[in-house]
Design a protein around this ligand. Structure first.
Ligand code: BG6
Length: 467
């Protein structure tokens, strides 16, 4: 495996700790080598890279870098600088690694590089022949609009055919997201009501309490819509809304997810709230007149038989009151109201909701109404809760990146995004990108601009959110 961007933030926080965790869990191949790579200006020697990896794992890993497990992992690491005009150090490092392994090892390239470096790295892989029979993991952003996404896909396809491309969206590697498939398609209790006849609306809610955390350069050019909605939240919507696939194989699953994207109505800017937290423009590296949004709430519609007329509300933003990962399905009320609305404490009564919490490790909550004990027939809110934590042995639980890197090593594309799906999402986003509503300010620690209440009315955002 060659890790481009090996000295970068993502490698330090997620990829190196993730690879070590896979090794500790016994999920790496029997024989493998990891070659770190970066431009010559920031290149490391083999020993420096091992040191770098050890520090990264110590700071961010769940498995600590010690004992035999660490020594064995460390021994697989090497480094090779790569610049388009001088790929030789990388070629040498790959040759050394492959000689050590013997035979004809499979190659996997992980491109954890900024967009500006992307085409030169892909070009280098093509020109040097390294790409032959290899797979490639591509990090977001997969473009910034339709033309750039098309250009990016063309760049990749000039060297790798689609069957060897793994576009990574770490949300799809989260246990509870995969569990959406199990919940829907393994349970007779659930799938029959998973449609417009029973569901009034869907909320996909990923507020974050963290700010931009020093990533002003990245964030200024990206914003929440591109960083979170196109990448993560729309992908989740694909899983929530898809038709039952003919099997759980990659092609069948991805076909169904892409069909959801095909049915996504072009976004209407009138149904989008862009927000920016007060103080964002004072962050180091941020333009004092910046129009970049740190918050988005929107209403999406799917024009298909299952979901026609059911709004999907999506929200994500930085510096909000709490961090959460929730998908909520709101159910219609029964056709006849037998219980008076104002009976007892019933004024705060809710319609039924199914809430999927896809935090790690996450869970599922069904919210319904039950009779309050006592002589009167009074209703109160009740819950049935399933929590992953404590329910199963967690020793095989993997984080999003770990699961997806493992799948890429195994060649399973089920949880990766296809070129056509990405392009379709950018196409549906075009009206918003062409004519974005102005950013509205919101206070850090709030739930976003006030206007999001109107956007979702008569429903509300997350269960604990009073609005
Ligand atoms: C990343 C975004 O892809 O996902 C970040 O670039 C965001 O801005 C992060 O904070 C959220 O991931 P998670 O798994 O922590 O919810």
């Amino acid at each position: 495996m060659v890790l481009f961007g090996a000295t970068g933030d993502l490698a330090r926080r997620k990829l190196l700790p993730g690879l070590f965790h896979l090794a500790v869990a016994g999920l790496m191949p029997e024989h493998y080598r990891v070659v770190g790579s970066a431009p010559a200006a920031v290149a490391l020697g083999d020993d420096e890279f091992r040191e770098h990896a050890r520090d990264a794992v110590a700071e961010f890993g769940r498995s600590k870098p010690q004992g035999e497990a660490w020594e064995a992992f460390e021994a697989t690491l090497g480094f090779g600088a790569a610049d388009p005009e001088d790929p030789q150090p990388l070629l040498d490092a790959v040759r050394r690694a492959e000689q050590a392994l013997g035979g004809r090892p499979r190659r996997l390239f992980h491109l954890a590089v900024p967009p500006a470096a992307f085409s030169s790295v892909v070009g280098l892989l093509g020109d040097t022949g390294l790409a032959q029979d290899a797979r490639v993991i591509v990090e977001k952003p997969f473009g910034t609009d339709l033309p750039s996404a098309r250009a990016l896909n063309a760049t990749v396809h000039a060297v790798f055919d689609e069957s060897r491309v793994f576009r990574i969206d770490h949300f799809l590697g989260k246990e509870s997201v995969d569990n959406i498939l199990a919940l829907r398609f393994a349970n007779g209790l659930v799938e029959p009501v998973w449609n417009r006849n029973h569901i009034s609306h869907v909320v996909i809610d990923v507020p974050e309490s963290i700010g931009i955390e020093g990533r002003s350069r990245f964030f200024e050019g990206t914003g929440t819509f591109r960083d979170m909605i196109v990448t993560h939240l729309f992908q989740l919507m694909g899983f929530v809304a898809m038709e039952p696939p003919t099997s759980l194989r990659a092609q069948a699953l991805r076909d169904e997810k892409e069909k959801v994207f095909q049915s996504l109505r072009a976004l209407d800017p009138a149904h989008v709230v862009r927000g920016q937290y007060t103080g964002y423009r004072d962050e180091p590296g941020v333009d004092p007149h910046s129009d970049t949004e740190t918050f988005v709430a929107l209403r999406a519609e799917l024009d298909n038989w299952r979901w026609a007329g059911v709004p999907f509300f999506l929200r994500s933003g930085k510096s909000l009151a709490e961090g959460r990962h929730l998908v909520t399905l709101g159910f219609h009320e029964p056709v006849l109201r037998m219980f008076p609305l104002d009976a007892g404490h019933g004024s705060g009564r809710r319609a039924n909701e199914l809430v999927i919490d896809f935090d790690d490790p996450g869970g599922i909550t069904a919210r319904f109404l039950a009779k309050e004990p006592g002589p009167a027939l009074r209703l109160e809110n009740a819950e049935m809760v399933f929590r992953y934590a404590g329910s199963y042995d967690q020793q095989f639980a993997l984080e999003g990146y770990e699961r997806l890197i493992l799948d890429a090593m195994l060649g399973d594309q089920s949880l990766f995004t296809r070129a056509d799906g990405i392009e379709r999402l950018w196409e549906a986003a075009t009206p918003l990108l062409d004519d974005p509503p102005p950013v509205e300010p919101y206070a850090p620690g709030s739930w976003g601009p006030d206007s999001i209440r109107r956007l979702i009315a008569p429903y509300r955002w997350s269960p604990q959110d009073p609005r």
